[in-house]
Every structure is written in structure tokens, then in C-alpha cells.
Write a protein that binds this ligand. Structure first.
Ligand SMILES: Cc1cc2nc3c(=O)[nH]c(=O)nc-3n(C[C@H](O)[C@H](O)[C@H](O)COP(=O)(O)OP(=O)(O)OC[C@H]3O[C@@H](n4cnc5c(N)ncnc54)[C@H](O)[C@@H]3O)c2cc1C
Length: 478
């Protein structure tokens, strides 16, 4: 167990002075004379259409859902405004080939303590994922099949070299800036930079570059190696710990836990409600939808992906660290998860490509009762996912003769309410931006896996962490 604090939900109604202050001032002129706020441009006629709450949460992903649940449990009236017609955000449980699939995040680890705690709280359980029987890995003249144990053992030695020093510079993995003094140089490194520093064979470097490219979305030279190093540290600096990250799935799908959290009384969930503008004043906030409808509250939790902040008009304008983060982007630009139905007898083959492979990573999923197997992969930038023949050719790189029956690809980089996939910081973003992104801005607080201290970016654990923090920050504002 790590020594980080476990956030216990606080129950019971709290009638804070701030809350009363806002409710008293919540008339048409409530925002007049706002400190540092520009006059609100929305039609006040619409204001009557929107509800007044204690807190507005923008975004019904795991960060927003956690914040909303925590705040409602404190007795506050919470309105959640979600742009999509579904909850979950970058978690999206759906169906394909008659099977339940995850188009966004799909795996959990027992190391994700906050999520494990939430699962237990709602009586939910995990199941083990399919265990590969064979690994296909790059070789000097193409690809080689080997046992998963052999492949992972070798990959583990390469990871140890890649992450050498992380026990010191990430001595407290949940507090990544604890040894900020040791990070000055290393936080500037991309994956490519770090690989270039290592003394190992070109093939070993190819193994590393091929593995990482699935995470960086073909941006090994533009993503920070400290992101991966922090995950490695969080997993206990071992391959065994790392492998756990994709070992389990929730038995009822990734969205079920969030559904339970949002079912808390006191939460009003408004789907299909994209937010266009947020105005924070001394006595409250106004949130304007694209439709023009206006909602008012004492504080707002902005729980949308960092990459989407630039699509919302904030007043007062966001601080420079937030503006830089959303301009540079944290969510991986190319993040295309692709589910494939293969026919015939297909073994549970795990496959990893090289840096520019069309399909850098392919992971075996369940056998189908009528024959065939599902595979899930992550597309490289060279794969045109609209071209079935190209997808089949990519699979055949690893399994010659495989027949692709159908497939479904989700391109998160092209998704307007995500504008990227999982978060993976760019060089220098950790030191330059992270502390500032945790600070409230007027009556706005920020949440999201992209800005988590611990399991950041690619894990709902990080979203839950930030939802908890946001709720604590809001409690001081309302
Ligand atoms: C392909 C893929 C694979 C992944 N694999 C894993 C995995 O195996 N395990 C794991 O734990 N995590 C995984 N992740 C990461 C995980 O999905 C995310 O870290 C997590 O879901 C982010 O939660 P969030 O609440 O911070 O953001 P989101 O889930 O993105 O939620 C933000 C919400 O804000 C909404 N929104 C955006 N703009 C607006 C607006 N203007 N107005 C109103 N609402 C708005 C969005 O619609 C969305 O619902 C994966 C992600 C992807 C994309």
C-alpha cells in the first residue's frame, strides 16, 4: 500500500456561509460589479431557463462524476452539464460483434486504490483479462514469436534501463514534484531522447520505441518520458507491477461504476448540454451552454479534458499555465482504438510492432461462441482505419492468413469533446504547468485525469483523484 492519503467521502449536509451568500445574490444582477469578470454576454432572458445550484460540474466523465458525487454527499445541490448524450467521456462501454466492448479505457489494476475502494463501495468486482499464449515481437528480420513470459522478461530489462534513476527522481510516485530538483533535466526528455541515451542494441531500442509509440500515438519525440517513468514508479518499479495495469477489467464494464456514482441523490445530470462559456465573479458563476441557456451556481468544477479548455470561453481568462496546457495539448493527438473480429481458429496472440507500424499494439480478447476471436489494437498514424484491406494487412503482419470479418475504430483525436485520447504530458509540462493547474481560478476549479498528481492521463484512477480534490476545493468556495 502506498502512503498517499485515501480520500474518505464526507456525508451530511453542510450549509456553508459561502453557499448562503451566493443564493442571496443569485438575482439578475448577481454578477454585476464582478471582480475581474467581464460583463456576461449571454441573454439574461435565458437565465430563467437554467437552474440555480450550489455547484455546477462541467463534464460527466470519472473526474466530474466523482466531484459531483462527493459534493452531493455533502448536501449540496449539484448540476452536471455534459456535452454528449451519454456519460463516461473517454470511457465508452458499447457493443461490437455481439460483445460488450470498451471504446475508451478498458483495464484496471489493483494498484488503482481509489477505484478499488469505489468498486468495493458499490459492490462491483473485476475479472481477469484474456491471458496471451504467444507474443509476436520485432526481430532483426521482421517479427518473431516467443512465449509471453520470455517477451516480458526481456522487455522488463529494457524498461529498467529506460527508467533508471526513477526511484530517486520519483521517490514518492504520487507526489511527482517531491524531488523537483532532480527532474530539471529529465523532464525535458522525450521518449526518443531517452532511448538515444541508452547503451543497447538497435533491436532493443526498436522494442522500446515500438512499445512506447502505442502510448504516444506515434509521437515518441514529442511526449515526455517522465509520464511513463511516473507510471513505472507507481507500479512499484517492476515489470510485474507494470503488467498489472492491463490485467483486469470491471465485470460489468467500465461505465457501470460511474453510473452508480451519478445516481446519488442531489445530482441533476443534463446530457446533450455542451458548455460554451464560464464566467466567475466574486459571488458566483454563470455557465452558458452553446444553446444559450444559462446556469448559475456558487462554484464550478471544470472536468473536461485539458485539450477542450480552449473551446470554452472563460472569464476571467484562464491563467497562463492553463492556456499553455490546452494550446500544447495533453491528450494524445492520435489515439485510435480499434476492435477487430477475426474468423476461424485464432490463438490469443499478443503482438507489438515497431515505431512506425500500422498497428503498434494488438491484444487478444475473447473467443467468440460462433468461432473466431476479438482483438483490440491501437492504430499507428500510417494506418487508414477507413480502409478494411489496410486493417487486415496490419493484422496479417502478426498473424499471417488471419481474416478480418469486421472492425470498429474510435478516433479520439477527432472527437470534439475529447480532442485527444488518454493524457501523456509533453516535455517540461510536469514542472512548468502541473502545480498551477491544481489551483482554483476565482470560483472555478479544475479536475480530470490529464492533471492528476498520481495515475495521470491514461487511468480513471487519476480522474477520481482529481474529482476528490476538486470537491474539497469547492467546499471552501461555497
Ligand atoms: C483509447 C483509450 C484507452 C484508455 N485506456 C485506459 C485503461 O485501460 N484504463 C484506464 O483506467 N484509463 C484508460 N484510459 C484513460 C481514461 O479513459 C481517462 O483517463 C479518463 O476516462 C478521463 O476521465 P476524465 O473525467 O478526466 O475525462 P473525460 O472522460 O474525457 O470526461 C470529460 C467529459 O467532459 C465532457 N465535455 C467536454 N467538453 C465539454 C463541454 N464543452 N461541455 C460539457 N461537457 C464537455 C466530455 O464529453 C466528457 O464526458 C484510456 C483512454 C483512451 C482514450
Amino acid at each position: 500500500m502506498s502512503s498517499r492519503p485515501v480520500f474518505a467521502p464526507r456525508h451530511g449536509a453542510i450549509a456553508s456561509p459561502g453557499r448562503r451568500l451566493f443564493l442571496k445574490a443569485a438575482g439578475a444582477t448577481a454578477l454585476a460589479g464582478a471582480i475581474g469578470a467581464t460583463p456576461y454576454s449571454g441573454s439574461t432572458a435565458h437565465a430563467a431557463d437554467g437552474a440555480t445550484s450550489d455547484v455546477i460540474v462541467i463534464g460527466a466523465g470519472y473526474a466530474g462524476g466523482t466531484a459531483a458525487r462527493e459534493l452531493a454527499a455533502q448536501g449540496l445541490k449539484v448540476t452536471v452539464l455534459e456535452a454528449r448524450d451519454r456519460i463516461g467521456g473517454r470511457i465508452w462501454t458499447d457493443t461490437f460483434a455481439g460483445q460488450r466492448i470498451e471504446l475508451g479505457g478498458g483495464w484496471l489494476s489493483p494498484d488503482h486504490e481509489l477505484v478499488a475502494h469505489e468498486m468495493q463501495r458499490y459492490g462491483l468486482t473485476n475479472v481477469g483479462d484474456v491471458v496471451p499464449v504467444q507474443s509476436v515481437m520485432p526481430s532483426s528480420n521482421g517479427f518473431q514469436a516467443m512465449s509471453p513470459a520470455e517477451a516480458n522478461a526481456h522487455l522488463g530489462t529494457l524498461f529498467e534501463q529506460f527508467h533508471e534513476g526513477s526511484q530517486e527522481y520519483f521517490a514518492r510516485p504520487h507526489d511527482p514534484l517531491y524531488r523537483a530538483d532532480l527532474l530539471q533535466q529529465i523532464d525535458q526528455l522525450s521518449f526518443t531522447d531517452r532511448i538515444a541515451q541508452l547503451s543497447m542494441s538497435e533491436l532493443d531500442k526498436e522494442w522500446l520505441a515500438g512499445y512506447f509509440t502505442a502510448y504516444t500515438g506515434n509521437e515518441n519525440s514529442r511526449r515526455a518520458m517522465t509520464s511513463m517513468a511516473q507510471w513505472w514508479a507507481l507500479g512499484g518499479w517492476s515489470m510485474e507491477g507494470w503488467e498489472k495495469q492491463t490485467a483486469y477489467k470491471p465485470a460489468g464494464g467500465m461505465t457501470e461504476l460511474l453510473q452508480k456514482m451519478l445516481a446519488t441523490s442531489g445530482i441533476a445530470l443534463k446530457l446533450s448540454s455542451p458548455v460554451a462559456a464560464v464566467t466567475s465573479a466574486s459571488d458566483g458563476v454563470q455557465v452558458k451552454l452553446v444553446s444559450g441557456q444559462v446556469y448559475k451556481a456558487g462554484a464550478v468544477v471544470v472536468a473536461t479534458p485539458v485539450n477542450t479548455w480552449k473551446t470554452i470561453q472563460f472569464s476571467p481568462a484562464l491563467p497562463s499555465a492553463h492556456t499553455a496546457a490546452t494550446t500544447e495539448g495533453v491528450g494524445v493527438s492520435l489515439s485510435t482504438k480499434i476492435w477487430m473480429q477475426l474468423s476461424g481458429s485464432v490463438e490469443a496472440v499478443y503482438a507489438q510492432g515497431t515505431e512506425n507500424s500500422a498497428l503498434p499494439l494488438m491484444i487478444p480478447q475473447q473467443e467468440l461462441s460462433g468461432g473466431g476471436r476479438l482483438m483490440v489494437g491501437f492504430a499507428g498514424s500510417s494506418l487508414n482505419v477507413a480502409d478494411k484491406a489496410a486493417v487486415q494487412a496490419a493484422v496479417r503482419t502478426y498473424i499471417p492468413g488471419a481474416t478480418l470479418v469486421s472492425y470498429r475504430a474510435q478516433q479520439w483525436g477527432a472527437d470534439r469533446y475529447a480532442r485527444g485520447g488518454w493524457g501523456l504530458r509533453r516535455p517540461t509540462q510536469l514542472l512548468r504547468q502541473l502545480p498551477a493547474l491544481h489551483q482554483p481560478h476565482g470560483r472555478m476549479v479544475f479536475a480530470g485525469a490529464d492533471i492528476a498528481s498520481g495515475w495521470n492521463g491514461a487511468f480513471i484512477e487519476g480522474a477520481v483523484e482529481t474529482g476528490m480534490r476538486a470537491a474539497q476545493q469547492v467546499a471552501a468556495l461555497v
